[in-house]
Write a protein that binds this ligand. Structure first.
Ligand SMILES: *Cc1c(COP(=O)(O)O)cnc(C)c1O
Length: 430
């Protein structure tokens, strides 16, 4: 069949926008939000605390603490894990900047490691040789909804006395061998901004079973929860540690982390429906991939090799791309041809690798006349291009695929047909 990019007939004539729309917002969300607006309680915390309780219950965790965004929750989690000036953390290079960049603001540095070609998550074989005397934590990012290899990460962390921070921004509801991502390490942190699979506007969440981490995270960003009353919130001391109470009333990070209750009111509604909605996403994405079974060049990014493991809400779904099976046509040529068939969501996948970004090399946040990455006596673990080959090849080894929200088999088949047609007609692209 002649490919559309070469003048053939397009596989998809009209994109069904409803199939991709997210988040799903109903009158229930709208009235929850407008109730907050009418009551004028945007800066209150009563609804936020209800949301925290419900979220902790759903995750099966003792503590949940909401933040104004994921970035803030991750920074609080890092500080709560004891990361400070002169320390190092290990994080995968393939992630959004907010999985790691806050370490510099704390005076620490990031020793980036590579990712695994199948999981696109931290490569457990590229961790141990990076551990030094000042290494404090490993950040595991459940990338694009895929669980990280937590058994290996936890084993290394326990062996070397490191904390594990799970960035679960892409993976609320993802299962790793039957356990929810975010609940396995010392602390789970995550974004809930409007583009994520758990999408409630601008919000973040920290979950932990460790009372000390919880209290330190409270102290970091939630001054009202350390004893000081405000116009919107009564005095409400959640600290039991006397050493922390010493600073009550002023967040020790000097960064206010309180979330707008319009978001957490929406969060309570979204949470009720989330398990069913991500189940439908899983059914839809799995159906899409089943239609592409045996097609050369593209395979699901999915933990088929682990029992009882899922892709959660399947945020930013990726296909693993194998150019060598398609006569070496690049992911860019492939995705342009797929899009010409009427798909609009196909492009070389992933994020930009962080280890080569100038921020981690040259930024001088503290005005010390030298890069923050080495300003506090850290080892110089900065790495240039060519050091983390898998992360650096991400655009060549992945293509973004459509993120279906509804199990509309007829439509999904059309999309799969577009991918199949291009893969099977790849010789027309050479
Ligand atoms: C979105 C995202 C964040 C940051 O969250 P915000 O809510 O945007 O601050 C952190 N880590 C990852 C992996 C993300 O995708």
């Amino acid at each position: 069949m002649k490919l559309a990019i070469n003048g053939g007939k397009k596989t998809i004539q009209q994109e069904p926008a409803e199939l991709f729309h997210w988040p799903i917002v109903t009158d229930e969300d709208i009235s929850a939000v407008t109730d907050v607006l009418r009551a004028g309680t945007m800066s209150g915390t009563v609804i936020t605390k209800q949301f925290e309780h419900e979220f902790a219950d759903w995750m099966g965790m003792k503590h949940a603490l909401c933040f104004c965004n994921g970035t803030a929750s991750i920074m609080a989690g890092m500080w709560a894990c004891g990361i400070g000036a002169g320390d190092e953390i290990i994080a995968p290079s393939m992630t959004y900047w907010a999985s790691a960049a806050q370490a510099l603001t704390l005076g620490a540095t990031v020793n980036f490691c590579d990712i695994d070609r199948r999981t696109l998550c931290i490569d457990p074989n590229d961790i141990e040789h990076r551990i030094g005397p000042r290494t404090k934590a490993i950040v595991a990012v459940h990338y694009a909804g895929h669980p990280s290899p937590m058994d290996e990460v936890m084993q290394l962390a326990r062996k070397h006395g490191l904390k594990v921070i799970e960035d679960t921004s892409h993976a609320q509801g993802t299962l790793y061998k039957g356990r929810k991502c975010g609940t396995i390490g010392d602390v789970g942190v995550m974004s809930m901004m409007a583009g994520k699979s758990f999408a409630i506007g601008e919000a973040g969440m920290l979950i932990t079973n460790d009372r000390e981490i919880y209290e330190r995270a409270v102290l970091f960003g939630h001054y009202e929860r350390t004893g000081a009353a405000s116009r919107f919130n009564a005095s409400d001391n959640q600290l039991t540690d006397p050493a922390l109470q010493h600073f009550a009333g002023i967040p020790i990070g000097a960064m206010k982390g309180r979330v707008n209750q319009t978001c957490t009111a929406m969060g309570r509604v979204q949470l009720k429906h989330y398990p069913a909605r991500i189940q439908e996403i899983q059914d839809s994405m799995n159906y899409f991939w089943s239609c592409l079974d045996g097609v050369p060049g593209i395979k699901p990014h999915r933990p088929d090799y682990w029992e009882n493991s899922t892709m959660g809400g399947w945020y930013y779904p990726q296909g693993l791309y194998y150019a060598e099976e398609l006569g070496k046509i690049t992911s860019e040529v492939f995705s342009n041809a797929v899009n010409a068939e009427g798909v609009h969501q196909c492009f070389p996948g992933g994020n930009s690798p962080l280890h080569i970004h100038p921020y981690f090399h040259d930024s001088d946040f503290f005005h010390m006349g030298k890069p923050t990455a080495i300003a506090f006596g850290q080892r110089d673990v900065r790495q240039g291009a060519g050091t983390l080959p898998v992360a650096e090849s991400i655009h060549e080894i992945t293509v973004a695929v459509p993120w279906f929200k509804h199990l509309d088999k007829k439509e999904i088949e059309l999309y799969a047909n577009a991918f199949r047609k291009v893969a099977e007609g790849a010789d027309q692209l050479r």
